[in-house]
Design a protein around this ligand. Structure first.
Ligand code: ATP
Ligand code: MG
Length: 251
Protein backbone atom coordinates (compact mmCIF):
# COMPACT_ATOMS: atom_id res chain seq x y z
CA UNK A 1 0.00 0.00 0.00
CA UNK A 2 1.49 3.33 -1.09
CA UNK A 3 0.63 6.21 1.28
CA UNK A 4 -0.99 9.15 -0.52
CA UNK A 5 1.35 11.65 1.11
CA UNK A 6 4.43 9.92 -0.28
CA UNK A 7 6.36 12.55 -2.29
CA UNK A 8 6.54 10.21 -5.26
CA UNK A 9 2.99 8.89 -4.94
CA UNK A 10 2.08 9.47 -8.58
CA UNK A 11 5.20 7.83 -9.93
CA UNK A 12 4.88 4.85 -7.56
CA UNK A 13 1.21 4.36 -8.47
CA UNK A 14 2.12 4.42 -12.16
CA UNK A 15 4.75 1.74 -11.52
CA UNK A 16 2.16 -0.37 -9.68
CA UNK A 17 -0.22 -0.05 -12.63
CA UNK A 18 2.43 -1.08 -15.10
CA UNK A 19 3.61 -3.99 -12.92
CA UNK A 20 0.02 -5.25 -12.56
CA UNK A 21 -0.46 -4.99 -16.33
CA UNK A 22 2.75 -6.97 -16.86
CA UNK A 23 1.50 -9.69 -14.49
CA UNK A 24 -1.77 -9.83 -16.46
CA UNK A 25 0.11 -10.15 -19.76
CA UNK A 26 -1.10 -6.81 -21.18
CA UNK A 27 2.36 -5.30 -20.93
CA UNK A 28 5.54 -7.07 -22.04
CA UNK A 29 8.20 -7.18 -19.30
CA UNK A 30 10.40 -5.08 -21.60
CA UNK A 31 7.76 -2.33 -21.35
CA UNK A 32 8.75 -1.86 -17.71
CA UNK A 33 12.35 -1.05 -18.56
CA UNK A 34 11.24 1.30 -21.35
CA UNK A 35 9.17 3.17 -18.75
CA UNK A 36 12.20 3.38 -16.45
CA UNK A 37 14.20 5.08 -19.18
CA UNK A 38 11.34 7.51 -19.68
CA UNK A 39 11.18 8.29 -15.94
CA UNK A 40 14.86 9.20 -15.90
CA UNK A 41 14.40 11.74 -18.68
CA UNK A 42 11.24 13.07 -17.03
CA UNK A 43 13.31 13.81 -13.91
CA UNK A 44 15.73 15.77 -16.07
CA UNK A 45 12.97 17.82 -17.65
CA UNK A 46 11.43 18.64 -14.27
CA UNK A 47 8.34 16.40 -14.59
CA UNK A 48 6.38 19.16 -16.31
CA UNK A 49 5.36 20.17 -19.82
CA UNK A 50 7.98 22.64 -21.02
CA UNK A 51 7.14 25.55 -23.30
CA UNK A 52 8.68 23.78 -26.32
CA UNK A 53 6.75 20.57 -25.54
CA UNK A 54 3.51 22.59 -25.36
CA UNK A 55 4.33 24.04 -28.80
CA UNK A 56 5.01 20.49 -30.08
CA UNK A 57 1.63 19.35 -28.70
CA UNK A 58 -0.19 22.21 -30.47
CA UNK A 59 1.66 21.42 -33.70
CA UNK A 60 0.75 17.73 -33.33
CA UNK A 61 -2.91 18.73 -32.99
CA UNK A 62 -2.61 20.89 -36.11
CA UNK A 63 -1.09 18.00 -38.11
CA UNK A 64 -3.74 15.52 -36.96
CA UNK A 65 -6.63 17.93 -37.63
CA UNK A 66 -5.28 18.73 -41.10
CA UNK A 67 -4.63 15.10 -42.06
CA UNK A 68 -6.55 13.12 -44.64
CA UNK A 69 -6.17 9.83 -42.76
CA UNK A 70 -4.70 10.27 -39.25
CA UNK A 71 -3.90 7.16 -37.21
CA UNK A 72 -2.90 6.74 -33.56
CA UNK A 73 -0.68 3.70 -33.02
CA UNK A 74 -1.07 2.16 -29.55
CA UNK A 75 1.35 -0.19 -27.80
CA UNK A 76 1.14 -1.83 -24.36
CA UNK A 77 2.59 1.04 -22.30
CA UNK A 78 0.32 3.56 -24.05
CA UNK A 79 -2.80 1.46 -23.46
CA UNK A 80 -2.00 0.96 -19.78
CA UNK A 81 -1.12 4.60 -19.11
CA UNK A 82 -3.57 6.60 -21.26
CA UNK A 83 -6.44 4.48 -22.60
CA UNK A 84 -9.12 7.03 -21.60
CA UNK A 85 -7.03 9.95 -22.82
CA UNK A 86 -6.68 8.21 -26.21
CA UNK A 87 -10.48 7.92 -26.33
CA UNK A 88 -10.74 11.69 -25.71
CA UNK A 89 -8.13 12.42 -28.40
CA UNK A 90 -9.98 10.20 -30.86
CA UNK A 91 -13.21 12.00 -30.06
CA UNK A 92 -11.59 15.42 -30.59
CA UNK A 93 -9.85 14.56 -33.87
CA UNK A 94 -11.66 11.60 -35.45
CA UNK A 95 -8.33 9.73 -35.77
CA UNK A 96 -8.31 6.00 -36.24
CA UNK A 97 -6.79 3.96 -33.38
CA UNK A 98 -4.84 0.79 -34.16
CA UNK A 99 -2.78 -1.49 -31.91
CA UNK A 100 0.82 -2.21 -32.96
CA UNK A 101 3.22 -4.22 -30.78
CA UNK A 102 6.91 -5.05 -30.79
CA UNK A 103 6.35 -8.11 -28.58
CA UNK A 104 3.36 -9.20 -30.56
CA UNK A 105 1.10 -12.15 -29.76
CA UNK A 106 -2.54 -12.54 -30.78
CA UNK A 107 -3.38 -12.82 -27.06
CA UNK A 108 -1.71 -9.48 -26.20
CA UNK A 109 -3.38 -7.77 -29.18
CA UNK A 110 -6.75 -8.98 -27.93
CA UNK A 111 -6.08 -7.93 -24.31
CA UNK A 112 -4.99 -4.44 -25.37
CA UNK A 113 -7.88 -3.99 -27.81
CA UNK A 114 -10.29 -5.01 -25.02
CA UNK A 115 -8.68 -2.59 -22.57
CA UNK A 116 -8.99 0.25 -25.10
CA UNK A 117 -12.60 -0.62 -25.93
CA UNK A 118 -13.54 -0.60 -22.23
CA UNK A 119 -12.00 2.89 -22.00
CA UNK A 120 -14.27 4.14 -24.80
CA UNK A 121 -11.90 3.86 -27.78
CA UNK A 122 -13.34 2.81 -31.13
CA UNK A 123 -10.53 0.39 -32.06
CA UNK A 124 -9.70 -0.35 -35.68
CA UNK A 125 -9.15 -4.10 -35.66
CA UNK A 126 -9.45 -6.91 -38.15
CA UNK A 127 -7.00 -8.80 -40.32
CA UNK A 128 -3.43 -7.49 -40.05
CA UNK A 129 -0.79 -8.14 -42.71
CA UNK A 130 2.99 -7.87 -42.70
CA UNK A 131 3.06 -4.58 -44.61
CA UNK A 132 5.84 -2.40 -43.19
CA UNK A 133 9.45 -2.90 -44.35
CA UNK A 134 10.71 -4.25 -40.99
CA UNK A 135 12.13 -7.60 -39.94
CA UNK A 136 10.36 -7.60 -36.56
CA UNK A 137 6.71 -7.88 -35.63
CA UNK A 138 5.94 -4.17 -35.68
CA UNK A 139 5.72 -4.76 -39.46
CA UNK A 140 2.18 -6.10 -38.90
CA UNK A 141 -0.61 -3.62 -39.54
CA UNK A 142 -3.84 -3.15 -41.45
CA UNK A 143 -3.93 -1.98 -45.06
CA UNK A 144 -6.78 0.47 -44.43
CA UNK A 145 -5.25 1.60 -41.12
CA UNK A 146 -1.62 2.53 -40.47
CA UNK A 147 -0.45 1.43 -43.88
CA UNK A 148 -2.53 4.11 -45.62
CA UNK A 149 -2.15 6.81 -42.95
CA UNK A 150 -0.71 10.18 -43.98
CA UNK A 151 -0.17 11.35 -40.39
CA UNK A 152 0.62 8.85 -37.66
CA UNK A 153 1.01 9.43 -33.92
CA UNK A 154 3.44 6.93 -32.44
CA UNK A 155 3.80 7.27 -28.68
CA UNK A 156 6.83 5.42 -27.21
CA UNK A 157 8.03 4.13 -30.54
CA UNK A 158 11.18 2.25 -31.48
CA UNK A 159 13.54 3.98 -33.87
CA UNK A 160 13.35 1.33 -36.59
CA UNK A 161 9.66 1.65 -37.21
CA UNK A 162 9.77 5.41 -36.92
CA UNK A 163 12.39 5.50 -39.68
CA UNK A 164 10.42 3.02 -41.81
CA UNK A 165 7.24 5.09 -41.51
CA UNK A 166 9.10 8.29 -42.41
CA UNK A 167 10.59 6.59 -45.48
CA UNK A 168 7.04 5.72 -46.53
CA UNK A 169 6.45 9.51 -46.69
CA UNK A 170 4.21 9.59 -43.65
CA UNK A 171 4.30 12.47 -41.23
CA UNK A 172 5.36 10.80 -37.97
CA UNK A 173 4.60 12.39 -34.59
CA UNK A 174 6.52 10.75 -31.74
CA UNK A 175 6.00 11.14 -28.00
CA UNK A 176 9.36 10.34 -26.42
CA UNK A 177 10.99 11.76 -23.30
CA UNK A 178 14.43 10.91 -24.67
CA UNK A 179 15.41 13.65 -27.13
CA UNK A 180 18.50 11.63 -28.11
CA UNK A 181 16.68 8.44 -29.17
CA UNK A 182 16.60 7.35 -32.80
CA UNK A 183 12.82 7.75 -32.63
CA UNK A 184 13.08 11.37 -31.50
CA UNK A 185 15.63 12.08 -34.26
CA UNK A 186 13.77 10.30 -37.07
CA UNK A 187 10.26 11.65 -36.38
CA UNK A 188 8.81 14.60 -38.30
CA UNK A 189 7.71 16.05 -34.95
CA UNK A 190 8.82 14.91 -31.49
CA UNK A 191 6.95 15.72 -28.30
CA UNK A 192 9.44 15.47 -25.43
CA UNK A 193 6.90 15.09 -22.64
CA UNK A 194 5.50 12.33 -20.45
CA UNK A 195 2.69 10.53 -22.22
CA UNK A 196 0.08 11.20 -19.49
CA UNK A 197 0.68 14.95 -19.97
CA UNK A 198 1.29 14.88 -23.73
CA UNK A 199 -1.91 13.15 -24.90
CA UNK A 200 -4.31 15.47 -22.98
CA UNK A 201 -2.16 18.39 -24.22
CA UNK A 202 -2.79 17.38 -27.85
CA UNK A 203 -6.51 16.91 -27.14
CA UNK A 204 -6.87 20.36 -25.55
CA UNK A 205 -5.08 21.96 -28.49
CA UNK A 206 -7.30 20.06 -30.96
CA UNK A 207 -10.35 21.61 -29.31
CA UNK A 208 -8.91 25.13 -29.55
CA UNK A 209 -7.23 25.43 -32.95
CA UNK A 210 -8.82 27.04 -35.98
CA UNK A 211 -7.71 26.21 -39.57
CA UNK A 212 -5.57 29.36 -39.86
CA UNK A 213 -3.61 28.58 -36.75
CA UNK A 214 -3.19 24.96 -37.89
CA UNK A 215 -1.64 26.20 -41.11
CA UNK A 216 0.64 28.64 -39.29
CA UNK A 217 1.85 25.97 -36.82
CA UNK A 218 2.56 23.45 -39.59
CA UNK A 219 4.45 26.04 -41.66
CA UNK A 220 6.69 26.82 -38.67
CA UNK A 221 7.36 23.21 -37.64
CA UNK A 222 11.08 22.84 -36.87
CA UNK A 223 11.89 19.57 -35.10
CA UNK A 224 15.59 20.43 -34.73
CA UNK A 225 14.56 23.46 -32.71
CA UNK A 226 12.15 21.41 -30.54
CA UNK A 227 14.80 18.77 -29.77
CA UNK A 228 17.47 21.39 -29.10
CA UNK A 229 15.11 23.16 -26.69
CA UNK A 230 14.39 19.90 -24.84
CA UNK A 231 18.12 19.25 -24.45
CA UNK A 232 18.68 22.85 -23.35
CA UNK A 233 15.95 22.50 -20.65
CA UNK A 234 17.64 19.37 -19.34
CA UNK A 235 21.17 20.75 -19.33
CA UNK A 236 20.02 24.02 -17.74
CA UNK A 237 18.41 22.06 -14.90
CA UNK A 238 21.49 19.90 -14.45
CA UNK A 239 23.76 22.94 -14.40
CA UNK A 240 21.51 24.69 -11.86
CA UNK A 241 21.56 21.62 -9.56
CA UNK A 242 25.31 21.15 -9.70
CA UNK A 243 25.76 24.90 -9.19
CA UNK A 244 23.64 24.96 -6.03
CA UNK A 245 25.65 22.08 -4.53
CA UNK A 246 29.01 23.65 -5.20
CA UNK A 247 28.04 26.84 -3.36
CA UNK A 248 28.25 24.86 -0.09
CA UNK A 249 26.06 25.20 3.00
CA UNK A 250 24.05 28.38 3.49
CA UNK A 251 25.66 30.82 5.97
P1 ATP B 1 15.33 4.10 -30.22
O1 ATP B 1 16.67 4.78 -30.00
O2 ATP B 1 15.30 3.07 -31.26
O3 ATP B 1 14.24 5.08 -30.37
P2 ATP B 1 14.65 3.28 -27.56
O4 ATP B 1 15.59 2.49 -26.76
O5 ATP B 1 14.35 4.68 -27.23
O6 ATP B 1 15.10 3.16 -29.02
P3 ATP B 1 12.45 1.98 -26.47
O7 ATP B 1 13.19 1.53 -25.30
O8 ATP B 1 11.46 1.07 -27.08
O9 ATP B 1 13.35 2.45 -27.66
O10 ATP B 1 11.84 3.35 -26.18
C1 ATP B 1 10.95 3.72 -25.33
C2 ATP B 1 11.10 5.22 -25.31
O11 ATP B 1 9.95 5.74 -24.74
C3 ATP B 1 12.29 5.68 -24.46
O12 ATP B 1 13.06 6.57 -25.20
C4 ATP B 1 11.66 6.40 -23.28
O13 ATP B 1 12.37 7.58 -22.97
C5 ATP B 1 10.28 6.72 -23.78
N1 ATP B 1 9.27 6.62 -22.73
C6 ATP B 1 9.05 5.59 -21.89
N2 ATP B 1 8.01 5.82 -21.08
C7 ATP B 1 7.54 7.05 -21.42
C8 ATP B 1 6.46 7.84 -20.98
N3 ATP B 1 5.67 7.43 -19.98
N4 ATP B 1 6.25 9.02 -21.60
C9 ATP B 1 7.03 9.44 -22.61
N5 ATP B 1 8.08 8.75 -23.08
C10 ATP B 1 8.34 7.56 -22.50
MG1 MG C 1 12.70 5.15 -28.95
Amino acid sequence: MIPQDHPRYRSLMTRERLAAAAREGVLAMEGLTAHGRGEAFDYLIGERTTESAALAERTAAALILSARHPVISVNGNTAVLVAEEIAALQEATGALVEVNLFHRTEERIRLIEDLLTRAGVDVFSGQAERLLPLSHDRAWCRREGMFSADVILVPLEDGDRCEALTKMNKTVIAIDLNPLSRTARAASLTIVDEITRAVPGITRASQELDPNECERLIARLDNHYLLAEAIREMTTRLAACSGSRSTGPAP
